[in-house]
Ligand binder design. Structure first.
Ligand SMILES: CC(C)(COP(=O)(O)OP(=O)(O)OC[C@H]1O[C@@H](n2cnc3c(N)ncnc32)[C@H](O)[C@@H]1OP(=O)(O)O)[C@@H](O)C(=O)NCCC(=O)NCCS
Length: 181
């Protein structure tokens, strides 16, 4: 559930002037020193609408309405693993030397997985997310990938609209049966 302070609506639904778009790039493996800043960026720019079952079992979230208290540390640990994993890459988009967006791309052979795409709250609705995903699509096409998949929290409706806008279509449904009393 969204907290009263989180905003799940998208600035694109309001009138926001478009700014010039910076170019995305892959983070180099030598840029591990940026992990704390990336973890901070992620933590500062996601609301609880983002939480799906993946956030639960990875330890990122306490439940569907609350992030884990140590979210930044959990993300930093995952990013350290991502830097080590040759099947994963981090795409970033920067504006005036400041991080505006990030995404993790997983190589699944014939396919790819798009994970953790996050755009800075104050930069949303200006085409930064579109620039980032289209750049990723181009890279994946050039690498011969047939499709790119993603998974998203059921309540993250603004993101779902964005993904539909970028050509994604729903192909599966996640289900959960609570077992504990
Ligand atoms: C979802 C997210 C990545 C979108 O990035 P963004 O930079 O704000 O989106 P853009 O400004 O590039 O939008 C691109 C297009 O989608 C449209 N769009 C985006 N969100 C929309 C919405 N909620 N409703 C309608 N249209 C939307 C824009 O109008 C724009 O349309 P155009 O191409 O015709 O001009 C961003 O809002 C975000 O970081 N959300 C929080 C993290 C998150 O939930 N990530 C998804 C995890 S699964």
């Amino acid at each position: 559930m969204c907290s009263p302070h989180s905003t799940c609506s998208h600035p694109a639904e309001r009138s926001v002037p478009r700014a010039p778009r910076p170019a995305p790039r892959w983070l180099d493996r030598s840029e591990r020193k940026r992990i704390p800043a990336l973890a901070e960026f992620f933590t500062e720019n996601v609301s609880t609408c983002y939480i799906s079952h993946t956030e639960l079992w990875s330890g990122r979230a306490r439940d569907f309405g609350h992030w884990a208290p140590g979210l930044r540390k959990v993300i930093a640990k995952e990013l350290r693993e991502t830097f080590r994993d040759r099947h994963k890459r981090i795409a970033v988009i920067e504006r005036n030397g400041e991080l505006a967006g990030m995404a993790v791309v997983v190589d699944l052979g014939r396919y790819a997985l798009l994970e953790d795409i996050v755009i800075r709250r104050t930069t949303r609705g200006r085409g930064v997310g579109r620039t980032l995903v289209r750049w990723i699509f181009a890279k994946l096409r050039a690498a011969g990938k047939a499709s790119v998949f993603l998974e998203s929290g059921g309540r993250n409706t603004a993101a779902h609209r964005f993904f539909r806008h970028q050509g994604f279509r729903r192909i599966s449904i996640s289900m959960c049966r609570r077992l504990a009393a």
